[in-house]
Design a protein around this ligand. Structure first.
Ligand code: FES
Length: 222
């Protein structure tokens, strides 16, 4: 996202609304406190945890993060708006990140990006109507000798040619990692008690490899 200017006279969060961060998410953020000298230093881990749990970091979530870390909400917004990795609005089930840096560019990255846009029917930082894909570009993905590169969620696709794009998009497992994935920033599932008294697990939205689509969820809750 880009730098955001807010009208300070406008109420952007309902102070009476229910919290958006579950206790599990809060506990995971607190678990990082011991690692750093200040709570403020936990801001980036907090963004990862919240984004992995909810799919994006909404304004209410920013206010709750600020509360946990004992900093002002404006500092949270200032920080998150610097990083394109973090989303402040719903994104698709899978985020395609195409490299726009020089090595990939000279190997044809711009043509691959155009093919992606044409096939998905969306531009940069947009989401397909079915909520399946969002498309962004980033500077170097640190795999310059295998360009053009793109990420689908956390899976890297190397030496992508325009003619590969169709089969990559058609592959349901195009974001499945072949390596074990770190769960450092994943929020644990919430525990809740069912009517029978048994403990049930509520899967946290967006956690793990098979995240659900935030856009789809928003449509269903409308
Ligand atoms: S320039 Fe594309 S990965 Fe480095």
């Amino acid at each position: 996202m880009a730098w955001v200017t807010l009208n300070r006279n406008e109420q952007i969060c309902d102070p009476d609304a229910a919290p958006v961060l579950s206790e599990a998410v809060r506990a995971k953020i607190r678990s990082f406190f011991d690692r750093y000298d200040t709570k403020r230093a936990v801001l980036l881990p907090a963004f990862h945890i919240v984004q992995n749990a909810l799919g994006y970091v909404s304004f209410p979530a920013m206010v709750e993060i600020a509360d946990l870390l004992e900093i002002h909400p404006s500092e949270v917004l200032d920080t998150i708006s610097f990083y394109t990795h973090f989303w402040t609005h719903p994104k698709g089930e899978k985020v395609i990140t195409a490299c726009r840096s020089i090595s990939c560019e000279v190997m044809g990255g711009a043509v691959v990006l155009e093919e992606l846009k044409n096939r998905l029917g969306i531009g940069e930082h947009e989401t397909t109507p079915d909520g399946k894909y969002s498309l962004v570009t980033e500077e170097c993905l640190a795999c310059c000798d295998y360009g053009p590169c793109l990420l689908i969620n956390e899976k890297l696709h190397q030496r992508v040619k325009p003619e590969d794009v169709g089969s990559i998009l058609a592959d349901e497992n195009n974001d499945t990692l072949s390596l074990e994935r770190s769960d450092l920033f994943d929020a644990p599932p919430d525990k809740k008690t069912s009517n029978s008294g048994a403990e049930e697990e509520t899967v946290v939205v967006g956690a793990g490899l098979s995240s659900t689509s935030d856009v789809q969820e928003m449509k269903e809750s409308d």
